[in-house]
Design a protein around this ligand. Structure first.
Ligand SMILES: [Zn+2]
Length: 575
């Protein structure tokens, strides 16, 4: 194999190498060199950009001519500790990543193995023999994002800030009032948000502990913890965040809530902040709403195709109540916004009453409930109905009064959309009755209930066949209503792409219950059991867990996730 000395001695130039291999013509090389002068990009990228050669052929040629390996990083199993042997800044600057031990030295992936400066720098920093391999630049950059995270950067800024805070209490002018972006606390926050965006976290938790600071991120619904020993940093962070979200910094004994917008890595985040006094200071939780992605469409939510057709028909009705139900974080709001944006047209007046307003939608009149000035759901709803709406979205049916106004509106020529904290569709109608609403009102106004959950997707990169345990299989077959022998299930074994969780991203699972004559009769009679029986035997009804099982059989999710849906639905442990 060739090493960097050979490269150096042969003074290999990419242009000559490509011509020698007959991959580009002399004229093309001249053209590329001219273009390169203009853009300043490397020659390799330039010939690819100009369409003279595709990236894989270029890299294969490099690998053959230099007698080094061409490694696809997409499926490469990295050794995290080994990767960290090279500081992140160097890795990014020279586009290199440490791959594995190679004899006494290290095998290093490079997007440009002819880069002598990079080879020298690697030599100096790694103090060992470096054997280059050629890798795709795009895959390299993705790998760097996944492997380095911002963890070390966060630790080093926190250390710096801790040092500043040692002698005195922190200086307000440094921490908040000015916009000095060099201040460590500002850089620390910026880095925290960058890491959260990179990890697609939905929440950041800042929790002061006994002599430590715990920072946790919720990713795909699961918390990931990062503990720092710089405990003093916590109060500085909290103070800065309180200033940013317009909260009272002197009030540390009462919970507060606020919000701010921040721009990170070309993403606009709407950040909801809530503080709470705990034993070692104030805990701050930030919910991150990425406004960059906008509203996802109903098609992208994971709803089975046939159900989607029926749900769209329901949305087209001029009146009636459609409830979307599920626990917090089950994606109800996303579904409702997706539905609303399909209905959004100049011919329809749409008013939403929300707490909080999560996404801003053009043309739609969105009202934020505000308890502080006595602007309650019911008060806004009454006002909204005098504004001649066609469609009304009520953030949540919290109490009897809200529910009754919503149901009456649904009876009198308005399409009403709302949410309810119930586990499944059949219990939702009876829940309204339990809240004190007249059964006849529910029977007349309710058109359908959509229950939903978010389940995690199996990581594409480390998926493997999984054979469920016997007792799980018995249970899955009961749910499926038929034998599942010979059917395959998948799970992720854990890799760098999914941070060893075996999952990457989430999707919705749904059950849709449309009201029919029998159910309406049972509701009027206030017969919960009769209603449940009628619901379960209605023609299109298919329970949430069955929807999740379909996705498991399609290899999209794991058996574990299916069982989780079942447990949350019945509130009893099944396995
Ligand atoms: Zn994985």
């Amino acid at each position: 194999m060739m090493n960097k000395e050979d490269i150096r001695q042969r003074k290999v130039r990419l242009g000559d190498l490509l011509i020698e291999a007959g991959l580009i013509s002399d004229a093309q090389l001249q053209r590329a060199l001219l273009e390169q002068k203009r853009t300043g990009f490397k020659l390799g990228r330039t010939v690819v950009d100009l369409g003279f050669i595709d990236e894989v052929r270029l890299l294969t040629a490099l690998s053959e001519q230099l007698n080094i390996s061409f490694i696809e990083l997409k499926h490469f199993k990295f050794d995290k500790n080994l990767v960290q042997a090279l500081p992140e800044a160097v890795a990014r600057r020279f586009r290199v990543i440490v791959l594995s031990r190679e004899g006494d030295g290290l095998l290093v992936g490079m997007s440009d193995p002819l880069d002598l400066f990079a080879l020298d720098e690697l030599d100096r920093l790694l103090k060992t023999t470096v054997q280059p391999a050629v890798v795709r630049e795009s895959e390299l950059l993705t790998a760097l994002d996944m492997l380095y995270r911002r963890t070390s950067e966060i630790n080093s800024i926190a250390g710096e800030l801790e040092g500043e805070l040692k002698d005195s209490d922190f200086d307000l002018s440094v921490l908040g009032a000015d916009n000095n972006s060099e201040a460590p606390v500002v850089r620390l926050l910026q880095t925290l948000f960058e890491d959260a965006v990179q990890m697609q976290a939905s929440d950041i938790h800042i929790e002061p502990g006994d002599g430590i600071l715990r920072i946790r991120q919720r990713i795909d619904g699961v918390l990931n913890e990062h503990v720092m020993k710089e405990a003093r940093v916590a109060s500085a962070l909290v103070m800065r965040l309180k200033i940013m979200s317009g909260l009272d910094i002197s009030e540390k004994r009462l919970p507060q809530d606020g919000r701010f917008n921040i721009r990170v890595k070309n993403h606009t985040l709407d950040v909801r902040v809530s503080t709470m006094p705990v034993q070692f200071g104030e805990s701050v939780v930030m919910r991150l709403l990425d406004q960059t992605h906008g509203i996802t469409s109903l098609d992208a939510g994971g709803m089975p195709a046939q159900m989607l057709v029926r749900f769209r028909q329901l949305l087209q009705r001029p009146f009636g109540l459609i409830l979307v139900t599920g626990p917090t974080g089950s994606g109800k709001t996303t579904t409702l916004y997706a539905g609303l944006s399909e209905l959004n047209s100049p011919q329809k007046k749409i008013i939403t009453v929300e707490d909080p307003v999560e996404y801003r939608l053009p043309r739609i009149n969105q009202v934020q409930v505000n308890a502080k000035i006595d602007l309650s759901f019911t008060r806004v709803l009454r006002a909204a109905l005098r504004q001649d709406p066609d469609i009304l979205l009520i953030g949540e049916m919290r109490d009897q009064e809200t529910a009754e106004i919503g149901l009456r509106a649904a009876m009198t020529g308005h399409l009403v959309l709302s949410t309810l904290h119930t586990n499944d569709a059949p219990t939702s109608a009876m829940r309204l009755v339990d809240m004190g609403v007249e059964p006849f009102l529910v029977a007349t106004a309710l058109s359908a209930v959509l229950a939903q959950r978010l389940i995690r997707r199996v990581c594409e990169n480390c998926r493997e066949t999984h054979v469920p345990e016997v007792r799980q299989m018995v249970w899955l077959e009961a749910l499926y209503g038929a034998s599942l022998s010979g059917r395959n299930f998948q799970r992720g074994s854990g890799c760098n792409h999914c941070h060893n969780t075996g999952y990457s991203g989430r999707m919705g699972v749904f059950e849709l219950l449309e009201m029919n004559e029998t159910m309406i009769a049972m509701l009027r009679r206030n017969d919960p059991q009769g209603f449940a029986d009628a619901a379960l035997s209605s023609p299109h009804y298919r329970p949430l867990a069955a929807c999740a099982l379909d996705y498991a059989l399609a290899g999209l999710t794991s058996v574990e996730e299916v069982l989780k849906v079942c447990v949350s639905r019945t509130d009893e442990v099944l396995i």
